[in-house]
Ligand binder design. Sequence first.
Ligand SMILES: [Zn+2]
Length: 311
Amino acid sequence: MKTEMTGSTHDGNGTQVLTIGNVTVLLGDLSGRYPHGNSLLVAGAEERLIIDPSLSVISRRAELGRVDRVLNSHCHEDHIAGNHLFPDAPWYLHEADLPGIQSLDNMMAIYGYLGAIDSTFRQVVVEQFHYTPRPDARALHDGDVFDLGGTRLRVIHAPGHTRGHCLFHIEPEDVLYLADIDLSSFGPYYGDAWSSLEDFERTLKQVAGIEARWFATFHHVGVVEGRAAFLERLERFAAIIATRERRLLDFLRTPRSVDEIVAHRFVFRPQDQVMFVEAVERRSMQQHIERLVRAGGVAEVDPGRYIARGQ
Ligand SMILES: [Zn+2]
């Protein structure tokens, strides 16, 4: 079996693919930057499946050949944007995220946006990300194995980013698909109603213990070879959580309301202009505040106003 990674220009548009044995990484447009992303095609002797078909897959559908199943690491708009290209194949998501693909209302509950942001983003999800409800989508569970003939894929539940976020380990190629544990400089994203900071932290610890040779992400990074390189990036990625918390404690030297915390920005940069910035800052930093209050590092001086203790 070929275990070396080969890179090649895949088509006239200069689109890149990386090949590791039976695994083809379809590198997304814009270097995999949102709204694009990297998808994986896994072609065993008997079955072929695609993981997280992104917007970038749409122009390449004809080249992919037969696809027997679609696996989504979780139910976010950018990861399911190409699902509609495979209407005859069964679609699979972890049971905890499964409701999201079954109806648009459920999908919107994952984000938890309110009012105008909900209605605007609902339209974006349908028109720009081709959201297609699939009531008969099937459930994945931690430990499920797909045998594709010569290549096997194992499901690893890794919640935090969403409730049902999963990794996939493919053997014998020894590729660990990390989905949105994307090792980016943005850091871990836990800003949705269905995200959990503390689950994400547990997941980051768990992922550090998984042995693999290749580590593939949905955004930016693409493929990292070797555990040492992976662990170094993972550590930098995970450290962003502590940085946000330190900056928050610093900001709370004087009492602040949640609105002030949201306006200050701890997740996005001041120049980032996305419609859901405020909702994501609120959800993310509220989780930090809650756990700091529980641990005694922060006190609520008036209803909704917080101060760091002992400073
Ligand atoms: Zn995501």
